[in-house]
Design a protein around this ligand. Structure first.
Ligand SMILES: [Zn+2]
Length: 358
């Protein structure tokens, strides 16, 4: 896999993958308005109506083909591309810093950060395409809209599942889980399977019941499973809790970040997450964020707080510089990078987190 460079990340507006935001694609306004000056359409003849009957289905088919070719484009997001080098070469497998160890030079803060050189422009919040990858959904923060982007996909048969019906994941999470399972098979670790993916409010209400298991289960509206970005992952013949003490569970915890997935409720952070150690629960955040969180041993609550605190951070990964910025909309408008590609996600706390790479 070759490193990302600018040239292969350039798209014209009609080729751009759906979730990429560039200002050149924006804005979608002003909209043309009808008015008294508009001519009334003439009545059409039989031949013209016949043409419509033939052309309309063809046009619809063409539009559908365009939509599918755009949504099905693989490798189109930085969170997906990045880390692929490590996954194949294993270069990053040694010596990740430990708990709360911020290595010198791993990031720069707002003061004098190169990130301040990124030109920004203001656009309406309604024009951004929110991935939801960093939406913080926990006991304090109920999910605002579910599922993000309407991108739920049946997990079977892309990955092994505990039941083939009613098992959905967000498309990005499914792709990440699928890649991770493939690597696990290659490493002869285990034939992992997904035991829980997307849950509706009502499904969560059922699981939550009277709340007697609330160490592990969030109340309805507060579960990460509502996003479709969380997957419970198990291996055959190993009980859920036993995942923590097996090579299978250790492999997941050590390697998931390569695929943009984080161990969401680790043992050391139960006081922060409010959830007991769940060695089976993984959350998709994208590879850049997952890499930084893993390297610095941060859970999502800490990472969001960290970005809020600094406003802007940057870090290097495989020779690529990434910038992460926290932006809060004002009067329905938000500052985003101008003429630089970025991916943006709500933090589900009223702000947005922008990932930029150049
Ligand atoms: Zn879970």
């Amino acid at each position: 896999m070759e490193p990302i460079n600018r040239s292969n990340r350039r798209y014209t507006s009609n080729q751009a993958p759906r979730r990429h935001n560039t200002y050149s694609q924006r804005p979608r306004y002003p909209r043309r308005e009808s008015g008294p000056g508009r001519r009334r359409p003439r009545r059409r003849g039989l031949a013209s109506q016949a043409m419509t009957v033939i052309l309309l289905p063809l046009t619809i088919a063409a539009v559908l083909i365009v939509i599918f070719s755009r949504t099905a484009r693989p490798n189109s997001e930085p969170g997906y591309l990045m880390g692929y080098n490590q996954a194949t070469t294993g270069q990053e497998s040694q010596a990740l810093p430990g708990y709360y160890d911020y290595p010198a030079g791993a990031y720069t803060t707002d003061g004098g950060s190169p990130a301040s050189n990124i030109p920004l422009t203001r656009i309406p919040v309604r024009d951004i395409e929110d991935t939801g990858y960093l939406a913080l959904v926990n006991r304090q923060h109920a999910i605002q809209s579910e599922p993000y982007g309407g991108l739920l996909t049946g997990a079977w048969p892309t990955v092994a599942v505990s039941r083939v019906y009613d098992m959905y994941l967000h498309r990005s999470a499914l792709r990440a889980v699928s890649e991770m399972f493939s690597s696990a098979r290659q490493d002869e670790v285990a034939a992992f399977f997904v035991s829980s993916g997307y849950r509706s409010y009502y499904a969560q209400a059922n699981i939550y019941g009277d709340g007697s298991n609330s160490d592990f289960v969030q109340p309805p509206g507060h579960s990460e499973h509502h996003t479709g970005l969380a997957a419970d992952i198990l291996a055959p013949g190993i009980g859920m809790a036993d995942m923590a003490y097996t090579p299978e569970g250790a492999w997941l915890a050590a390697n998931s970040y390569r695929y943009g997935l984080i161990l969401r409720y680790p043992q050391h952070a139960t006081a922060i997450t409010g959830i007991a150690f769940e060695p089976w629960h993984f959350r998709y955040v994208g590879r850049a964020h997952a890499y930084f969180m893993k390297r610095n041993n941060l859970v999502l609550e800490e990472y969001i707080a960290y970005i809020h605190n600094y406003g802007k951070i940057s870090f290097e990964k495989s020779g690529q510089t990434y910038y992460v910025m926290h932006k809060v909309p004002k009067d329905g408008m938000i500052y985003v990078p101008y003429e630089t590609e970025f991916v943006i996600s709500t933090d589900n706390k009223g702000g947005f987190i922008v990932l930029v790479w150049e």
